[in-house]
Design a protein around this ligand. Structure first.
Ligand SMILES: Nc1nc2c(c(=O)[nH]1)N[C@H]1C(S)=C(S)[C@@H](COP(=O)(O)OP(=O)(O)OC[C@H]3O[C@@H](n4cnc5c(=O)[nH]c(N)nc54)[C@H](O)[C@@H]3O)O[C@H]1N2
Ligand SMILES: Nc1nc2c(c(=O)[nH]1)N[C@H]1C(S)=C(S)[C@@H](COP(=O)(O)OP(=O)(O)OC[C@H]3O[C@@H](n4cnc5c(=O)[nH]c(N)nc54)[C@H](O)[C@@H]3O)O[C@H]1N2
Ligand code: SF4
Ligand SMILES: [Mo]
Length: 737
């Protein structure tokens, strides 16, 4: 007899609640959960593929240790911990603690205790070399708020908006913004009062709902936003009362965008001037609005400037929640935070903390620059990184695969945790075999955490959910949850880990510090008895608005009325102001205006096309191999406009060589009329295999062979050009797959 278990899907940050149909202890089917609030029973093909992922026959049953001949042999958990501990101790003894680095990527969504324990471990050994994927994703969205200041009242509620504008993001597929059944949400909002403006070189699934779609040349988002600011000022549509009270620098900003005239912007960005004006008119006449951006413009260089200008435009229109508004994304599994209709002053976006040895990169508000990591491993001398804990599909998700490979090969110790022998895991000295999602308890705290850094995550409503682990791994398996390696190595090395509460991790406890300035005692973890994951979750949720125990009472997740909040009044003594004229940003804007566009873009007769990223419904980053049958094509197609294909004498399915100045891949073109001519759009996370075993028609191609860490990297956060990459496309005469 089958029965249904409830659990959220963790294959992307949408965390859709799903029904797991279990028969004889096995997962036989996964379906949408129609009893859960907000999601309307939505599930995507990857959610359904959880059945295959959970039952993956290729799943690692034991940890693996690389042998001198390059093969892998099983190793027990006890032996793994002992050997890794000894090697870490040796690296630290010889080179100091900074020689140990750790990188947290996508798997943090499934292993929620991993981030806190990794952070605690790294501070216990005394290494600041803690990296994460934010600096190859959308770091500008974390740095721009530092430069601009933030609004303590939060954003306006989506249901109340007259306009939502999105730069290079496609929520219908990515679920970044409007994550709960985004198709239906956008349909409801756009058939109501909300006008949608989309800026994207592709007429995306999202753009189809837009009142205005600016089908721009990639990489021109700062130009377009500067143009919109220019128009808003010219139209007299600045919310003067709001700006006078809450911001500074309007005069300088006005000067800075003076030359971004509509005709200049339209010409440069390859868009219709009338449509640009129409977008400005919608923004100017809207009473309530909100803006967002995605990976496209972030990756096309100048992502920080793009995000900064976007925040400035939002402030010029006063599009921030007002006193008396319903708070969006109120705290549920985090301690209380009061929302007030006032600015928080700017804070440093970069240039603090650890200074890297390469390219003057330094700690930023988005974390340590991952852009420096491979070179930090390869550059000899004091401070060289020798050991790396890696939770990521780096071989296909990090730029410039060749340098990543070289760096990984140069390490004394590479530890990768994985569910299978992925192309990244194959690089490791030790592979930690780990649990499957349904074998790990799950709660919604992680997305709430993401929402504090990126407005496209979390829940607008006070939603919370928790599910225990549904299964134990089979008895004969010897696997570890990712956080356990940090706890056990710390234990063996006699290190004391601090308490992994977010009250402490985010410095939230400081708010409640004793008034007399007496420092709160550092709280420590019990290093004798290993906690369970559930106990760790309790620690992480300490002091939360809704106790985790209460959230556990609702198997379908729940909207907690007690967490609802109204935006409060401004403090009488508030003097903070939002900054409209950050000097570094205005300087970069001036450079943008002064540059020769073709030189900047770097397209020419040899590299006439621009490669841009895109997400597809059926795969998430490097996680596309659990059930390849879920993919519409086994490979990642190279989408091009039919006009371009005709010019090249190509038809859908034809094999091509795609080359940038940094490398080449084999791809298969696919006609897509919705794509702007001159642009090729292709998904990352595929390919990565080499040698005789590699077949591009079966495995896809790694677009990160076309990227380079040093190509047009952001001077502050080190993120290289990952969109708008000049490429050539040449037919290769072999049969279609
Ligand atoms: N060219 C290009 N590169 C990109 C991007 C792009 O658009 N274009 N996007 C960038 C962005 S935004 C991001 S966030 C990064 C993401 O890249 P990463 O941070 O590397 O994250 P994932 O791809 O999610 O990592 C998945 C890998 O983890 C392994 N894994 C380990 N443990 C587990 C587990 O417990 N469960 C599962 N399911 N898998 C596990 C999987 O086998 C797989 O190899 O990529 C970036 N790279
Ligand atoms: N199905 C699925 N969902 C995912 C993921 C996945 O791999 N698959 N990955 C997750 C991750 S890690 C992230 S970070 C989010 C990302 O979420 P999104 O940013 O929404 O991701 P995309 O769907 O790739 O949308 C990027 C859009 O930018 C456009 N674009 C490219 N270059 C430019 C440019 O220069 N300017 C402008 N204006 N547009 C440009 C592309 O055409 C594309 O439509 O998605 C998450 N959700
Ligand atoms: S959108 Fe798909 S992959 Fe993402 S959580 Fe929902 S079902 Fe899972
Ligand atoms: Mo991402």
């Amino acid at each position: 007899m089958s029965h249904i278990e409830k659990s959220p899907c963790r294959s992307c940050a949408a965390y859709c609640p799903v029904d797991v149909v279990v028969d004889g202890g096995a997962v036989v089917k996964v379906e949408g959960n129609h009893d859960a609030p907000l999601y309307q029973g939505f599930i995507c093909p990857k959610g359904r593929a959880l059945t295959a992922m959970h039952n993956n026959p290729e799943r690692l049953k034991t940890h693996l240790k690389r042998q001198p001949d390059g093969s892998f042999a099983p190793i027990s958990s006890a032996q793994l911990v002992a050997e890794v501990s000894d090697k870490i101790a040796a690296v630290i003894a010889e080179n100091g603690p900074s020689a140990v680095a750790a990188y947290l990527g996508g798997p943090g969504l499934e292993h929620q205790a991993l981030g806190p324990l990794m952070t605690r471990f790294m501070s216990a050994i005394g290494s600041a070399n803690l990296f994460n994927n934010a600096t190859i994703d959308q770091p500008g969205l974390m740095i721009a708020p530092a430069l601009h200041g933030t609004w303590a009242g939060g954003r306006m509620h989506p249901d109340s908006l007259d306009v939502f504008m999105i730069f290079g993001g496609n929520p219908v597929i990515s679920k970044q913004y409007f994550a709960q059944h985004p198709g239906n949400q956008l349909k409801k909002l756009t058939t109501g009062c909300m006008k949608l403006i989309v800026i994207d070189p592709r007429r995306t699934e999202t753009a189809r709902r837009a009142a205005v779609h600016l089908q721009c040349i990639p990489g021109e988002d700062p130009t377009i936003i500067a143009g919109l600011i220019h128009l808003i000022i010219e139209m007299g549509a600045v919310d003067q009362a709001f700006v006078e009270r809450n911001a500074q620098g309007l005069e300088q900003l006005t000067q800075a965008v003076r030359n971004f005239t509509p005709s200049y912007v339209a010409e440069r960005a390859g868009i219709d001037e009338a449509k640009l004006r129409e977008a400005a008119h919608i923004i100017a006449t809207a009473k309530r609005g909100d803006f967002g951006s995605g990976t496209g413009p972030s990756m096309a260089t100048r992502g920080t400037l793009m995000a900064y200008l976007m925040y400035c435009l939002q402030t010029l229109r006063g599009f921030w929640a007002q006193e008396g508004d319903v708070v969006v994304m109120p705290r549920v599994l985090f301690p209380q935070q009061l929302f007030k209709a006032q600015p928080n002053a700017p804070y440093p976006g970069w240039g603090f903390g650890v200074k890297m040895r390469v390219r003057d990169l330094q700690q930023t508000a988005a974390g340590m620059p991952t852009g420096a990591l491979p070179e930090e491993i390869l550059t000899p001398g004091k401070g060289q990184i020798k050991a790396l804990f890696l939770h990521s599909g780096a071989m296909v998700t990090w730029p410039q695969e060749a340098l990543v490979k070289e760096a990984f090969e140069a390490l004394d110790l590479l530890i990768v945790h994985d569910v299978e022998l992925s192309v990244t895991a194959r690089m490791a000295h030790y592979i930690i075999a780990t649990k499957m999602p349904f074998e790990i308890p799950v709660m919604t705290q992680i997305n709430e955490l993401l929402s504090m850094f990126h407005p496209g995550y979390g829940w607008v409503e006070p939603y919370g959910a928790y599910q225990p682990a549904l299964f134990d791994p089979p008895a004969e398996f010897d696997v570890l949850e990712a956080w356990q390696i940090y706890y056990r190595v710390a234990q063996r090395l006699g290190l004391q880990l601090e308490y992994p509460s977010f009250l402490d991790l985010l410095g939230l406890a400081a708010r409640d510090a004793p008034a007399d300035g007496e420092a709160a005692a550092t709280r420590l973890m019990d290093m004798e008895r290993e906690p369970s994951t559930d106990e760790l979750y309790e620690m992480m949720c300490e002091g939360s608005v809704v106790p985790l125990a209460k959230v556990k009472e609702y198997p379908n997740g729940h909207l907690f009325d007690e967490a609802r909040q109204i935006v409060g009044p401004r403090d009488i003594d508030c003097t903070a102001r939002l900054e409209l004229a950050n000097p570094a940003m205005l300087e970069e804007l001036a450079e943008t205006r002064a540059e020769v566009v073709s030189e900047r873009r770097k397209t020419n007769a040899d590299y006439p096309y621009l490669l841009i990223p895109r997400r597809i419904q059926n795969s998430t980053n490097a996680v596309n191999n659990a059930d390849r049958s879920v993919l519409l094509k086994p490979y990642n197609p190279a989408y091009m406009n039919p006009e371009d294909l005709a010019r090249l004498g190509l038809a859908s399915g034809d094999r091509v060589e795609i080359s940038s100045r940094h490398g080449s891949i084999i791809g298969f073109v696919e006609a897509e009329k919705d794509l702007r001519p001159g642009v090729l759009s292709m998904t990352h996370g595929f390919g990565g295999k080499a040698g005789d075993d590699y077949d591009p028609a079966r495995d896809g191609a790694n677009v990160n062979r076309l990227t380079s860490w040093t190509d047009d990297y952001d001077p502050y956060n080190g993120m290289p050009r990952m969109s708008a990459i000049p490429i050539s496309v040449k037919p290769v005469n072999t049969a279609r797959p």
